[in-house]
Design a protein around this ligand. Structure first.
Ligand code: ATP
Ligand code: MG
Length: 328
């Protein structure tokens, strides 16, 4: 059986972008693959986090993974920091990488811009840690949003570089990006990706937003200068993004939506879009609230960490042995 690994950071509350671009696709994969889904808290601390908020976001993310339909009997759901092999292999992958290639990563450039001398070192070391996350499990496929493509390329490069030096230790993983929805854009800026760590709350819809908040955010979403509802990514990025969200949440093809709203203004379109988003998130939110404070959630995470530790330690031992670090 082939193996899947994917991680999400508890760096905020998950957005509709995280759901449509990543999480939603995890569910059907669980029947076909050996899946490891990770709450990557060590990635989240590459930028400052408030301890109480981080703690809550870790638990929220765990509950959301299950609320969208992942079955803990089928998948391994765990917290990265509870599996120390990630940090250990992360260090080794950092030592395998070059500063030049890390500085070229667009996420590093985006997240470090405006910080002057105070760019956290962890932001630069992030992609080698991500490579470690993936390589520890003999991963075949990594389902992620489009923004992670570059990090995946680097993971493949680092794995190949390591193998060339120490022998065939790592499997070279493939990326899996959804055809539609792999890059949901900010509601306030159609040229910027939707991100859960965006300080502008209006830029994203969180998976846990109340219906009236969703209505407000959709109403205030940026539109384009003319009044027509047409998919044209280049000239009408904002409305094209809203059409993508509408289509993914309703299951209606974009062309059908264009016909439905021909001659109608943005107002009617936005009212219906908000309703479709509310309906999509409602069943997830209901399950989330049952799971969030349940002791069951802790049992699942404990069992997940145990399984992940077993698999990860095996790989780490192979790596350390190949490098001359394991004594026995
Ligand atoms: P942060 O702002 O803290 O980086 P994020 O919203 O980018 O948060 P991540 O935890 O970095 O979320 O990524 C989790 C998963 O969601 C990844 O697979 C990523 O590719 C995907 N993803 C993130 N943003 C989007 C988006 N706007 N559209 C589609 N997929 C996305
Ligand atoms: Mg991100």
């Amino acid at each position: 059986m082939k193996t899947i690994f994917s991680g999400i950071q508890p760096s905020g509350i998950l957005t509709l972008g995280n759901y449509l671009g990543a999480m939603k696709h995890f569910v059907p994969l669980q029947d076909e693959f050996n899946c490891f889904y990770c709450i990557v808290d060590q990635h989240a601390i590459t930028v400052p986090q408030e301890p109480a908020v981080l703690k809550e976001n870790i638990r929220r993310l765990a509950a959301l993974y299950l609320a969208v339909g992942l079955d803990p009997q089928k998948v391994t759901l765990f917290i990265q920091s509870e599996v120390p092999a990630h940090a250990k292999l992360g260090w080794i992958m950092l030592c395998t990488s070059y500063v030049g290639e890390l500085e070229r990563m667009t996420q590093f450039k985006d997240k470090s811009s405006g910080r002057g001398e105070s760019v956290p070192g962890g932001l630069l070391a992030y992609p080698p840690l991500m490579a470690a996350d993936i390589l520890l499990y003999d991963t075949d496929f990594v389902p992620v949003g489009e923004d992670q493509k570059q990090h995946l390329e680097l993971t493949r490069d680092l794995a190949t570089r390591f193998n060339n030096r120490y022998g065939e230790i790592f499997k070279i993983p493939d990326i899996r990006v959804a055809e539609v929805g792999a890059r949901i854009m900010s509601l306030q800026d159609g040229t910027k990706k939707m991100s859960k760590s965006d300080p502008n709350q209006g830029g994203f819809i969180s998976m846990l937003d109340e219906p009236d908040t969703i209505v407000k955010k959709v109403k205030r979403a940026q539109t384009d200068s003319d009044n027509s509802i047409r998919f044209d990514k280049e000239n009408k990025p904002a409305i094209s993004n809203l059409l993508t969200i509408y289509s993914l949440c309703s299951g209606k093809p974009i062309q059908e939506l264009e016909t439905m709203y021909e001659g109608k203004g943005y107002g009617a379109f936005k009212t219906d879009l908000a309703e479709v988003v509310v309906e999509t998130l409602k069943p997830i939110q209901d399950r989330f609230h049952q799971l969030f404070s349940s002791p069951e959630l802790d049992k699942i995470l404990t069992a997940g960490a145990e399984k992940a530790n077993q698999a990860a330690n095996k790989m780490l031992y192979k790596v350390e042995k190949a490098m001359g670090m394991a004594r026995l």
